[in-house]
Design a protein around this ligand. Sequence first.
Ligand SMILES: CCCNc1ncnc2c1ncn2[C@@H]1O[C@H](/C=C/CNC(=O)c2cc(-c3ccc(F)cc3)cc(O)c2O)[C@H](C)[C@H]1O
Ligand SMILES: [Mg+2]
Length: 214
Amino acid sequence: TRSTRPQRMLKAVQKNATKGNPKSVISAIDYFCKHSEWAMNVGDEKGSILDSVVTEVNPSTVLELGTYCGYSTVRIARLLSPGTKLITLEFNPANAAVAKQIIAYAGLQDKVILVEGSSGDLIPQMKERFGITTFDFIFLDHWKDRYLPDIKLFEECGLLRKGSVLLADNVICPGTPEYLEYVRKSPRYESKYFPAHLEYTKVEDGLEKSVFLG
Ligand SMILES: CCCNc1ncnc2c1ncn2[C@@H]1O[C@H](/C=C/CNC(=O)c2cc(-c3ccc(F)cc3)cc(O)c2O)[C@H](C)[C@H]1O
Ligand SMILES: [Mg+2]
């Protein structure tokens, strides 16, 4: 049967990237998406903004919602200080299988805990399963209509502290209007929009950075 796009992306990484070199894995995926097949990775332009926010926060506890193929997982994990791990949630087993191999090809498997399952089920388990008190940094890049219910779940589960940073992809395209309204109107968040473009296109998109005020 025909391969899937994630499988073809993995092949491109294995063919064009250097094992153990995260930068080359990132470049190989971006090249594949620009010259072979578009895919919904955060991409190089928004990825650079993601890099700068991760570097600024220098988080000890990190969560990513929506691993997909692991592109942003690799971008984030390569910047974490020694001993710090990121937890990434992916509910599609086929995506998780590809992401696992891409993360391993980058040599970052020891810095990543990939959990198969739905954020709605897993967020309430973070404390007991992973010994998390609060998250320093959260990257939201899963189904866009799940950003708002999941941020409310973080609040309910006491997983945010004064200064926790949430960074959300696609707040313009495809768009997350309810989430955007919530974080921009709520007195409990200080929100800032970083304009950019939809990965590998000229379409407007951007990232919303929201700091929890406690
Ligand atoms: C209910 C379970 C929720 N909890 C969940 N828990 C765990 N994992 C979850 C959950 N919900 C989803 N996932 C996983 O995350 C991934 C899903 C990612 C979704 N991303 C987009 O839809 C998007 C679209 C465009 C786009 C823009 C323009 C276009 F024309 C077309 C496409 C661009 C972008 O940058 C985008 O990130 C993965 C496929 C999916 O299995
Ligand atoms: Mg996205």
